[in-house]
Write a protein that binds this ligand. Structure first.
Ligand code: AMP
Ligand code: GLY
Length: 423
């Protein structure tokens, strides 16, 4: 089977790594990919926003499965157009992708199906939002409704910060994504990222991970797409996992099917594990980045048949096996990220890093130019390792990080601290 993978990040490199290892694979293409993915796949300059071009490419190259990595093409309906042309696709329809595409949609959905989440109100008018805000207790959370590249959420400790967040949304800081907002209760607890494959009717739980969203050590600095992740997540005990499936994932799968918009793909539940149990912070309709990098290191089974079974709607008879080992990924980002940063700085030492026992270095934003490896994005490398414990995985990952010679980059040195405290 030939596979087309859409995306260019560390998540896609990790997915490509597993897809490329499948005995079922014919040829792997990736659009657009990066310098790391290029070692496993044929990277093609195909614009995923041009659905007609993707459909034509699939016909020409006899693509048996399209795996869509990021949310934007899903929210834009790429999966619908592929499926409508008889092309097998992993990823939800435009209607089902609303679970990530609109926070207000998801909050209303949770209310309708009794899924535990923070109490909320939706607003499309600044004056009404500010009047409501004035009566709420602190801290409080303000969210732009639509996709805002992870930047649309403000957890406000003070009223000034909350008001500024509301004003920023309505004054266009996030474009159309901020034309509507959600104001919600601040949940207290520990966060975890939980994943389940869904085929429209059935859900197969994967494993959980935890990531670190703040840029700097000690959970300080601005929010980012994620500076590192590890799995297992100690907070996801068997009991919390069971409750997550029963109270959150299953009602979602059934509710989406009942509405006539079944969810197919991977459901990524951002959870807060509170004193009352798991509550949904948000849904994503794709694999997490950088969580996928640790998931793929722990996956023992072949990934490709699982993706196909999801697309075919036969997950009920499917199972996946996982390594008991822990895994960790440390993100190396360009200095200045998530603000502005320099591009095209040179990275050396990747071979030495990759040679450390148990280590895989996934590329998130790189390009090869001549004999040089250049950093081309904000998050650039995901130095990932497996080990018997989180402590061992972490030792290996940081040993590999120390071999990378990249003066233009930075990383956090405390990934996994919550898990280490419990080991
Ligand atoms: P999101 O972009 O929706 O993933 O939100 C970014 C981060 O904001 C989450 O990972 C949480 O740390 C935090 N957050 C979002 N909503 C809430 C909430 N209701 N209570 C507490 N923290 C939240
Ligand atoms: N790591 C969080 C995300 O992928 O959205």
């Amino acid at each position: 089977m030939n596979v087309l993978l859409i995306g260019s990040g560390g998540r896609e490199h990790a997915l490509a790594w597993r897809i490329a290892a499948s005995p079922l694979l014919g040829k792997l293409y990736c659009a657009p990919g990066n310098a790391g993915i290029a070692e496993l796949a044929d990277c093609v300059p195909l614009d995923s926003a041009d659905h007609g071009a993707v459909i034509r490419f699939c016909g020409e190259r006899e693509i048996g499965l399209v795996m869509i990595g990021p949310e934007a093409p899903l929210v834009a309906g790429l999966a619908d157009d592929l499926a409508g042309n008889g092309i097998k696709v992993f990823g939800p329809s435009k209607a089902a992708a609303q679970l990530e595409g609109s926070k207000g949609f998801t909050k209303d959905f949770c209310a309708e199906f009794g899924i535990p989440t923070a109490a909320y109100r939706r607003f499309s008018d600044k004056t009404a939002a500010l009047a409501y805000l004035a009566k709420q207790s602190l801290p409080i959370v303000v969210k732009a409704d639509g996709l805002a590249a992870g930047k649309g959420v403000t957890v406000a400790e003070t009223r000034e910060v909350a008001v500024a967040a509301v004003e920023a949304c309505f004054d266009g800081a996030f474009g159309e994504a901020g034309a509507e907002i959600v104001i919600e209760e601040c949940l207290i607890g520990e966060e975890a990222s939980f994943f389940a494959l869904c085929d429209g009717a059935h859900a197969l739980p994967l494993i959980a991970a935890q990531d670190h969203k703040r840029a700097f050590d000690g959970e300080k600095g601005p929010n980012t797409g994620g500076m590192g992740a590890y799995s297992p997540a100690p907070v996801m005990t068997p009991e919390i996992t069971r409750r997550t499936m029963d109270e959150i994932i299953w009602p979602t799968v059934k509710g989406m099917a009942a509405r006539g918009t079944p969810f197919k793909g991977v459901l990524f539940a951002g959870l807060m594990i509170t004193a009352d149990g798991p509550k949904l912070i948000e849904y994503n309709v794709r694999f997490g980045d950088p969580e996928t990098q640790v998931l793929m290191l722990r996956l023992k089974s072949d990934l490709l048949p699982a993706l196909v079974a999801t697309a075919d709607g036969v997950l009920k008879t499917f199972d996946l096996r996982w390594h008991d080992d822990a895994a960790m990924t440390v993100v190396m980002a360009a200095k200045g990220y998530p603000g502005s940063y320099a591009k095209n700085t040179e990275i050396r030492g990747l071979d030495a890093a990759g040679a450390v026992d148990g280590v895989e270095v996934f590329h998130a934003g790189t390009a090869r130019e001549g004999g040089k490896m250049l950093a081309t994005g904000g998050r650039v490398l995901n130095v990932s390792a497996r080990g018997k414990t989180v402590r061992e995985a972490r030792k290996r990952a940081y040993e590999a990080v120390s071999k990378i010679d990249w003066p233009g980059g930075f990383y956090r040195s405390d990934i996994g601290w919550r898990a280490l405290e419990r080991e």
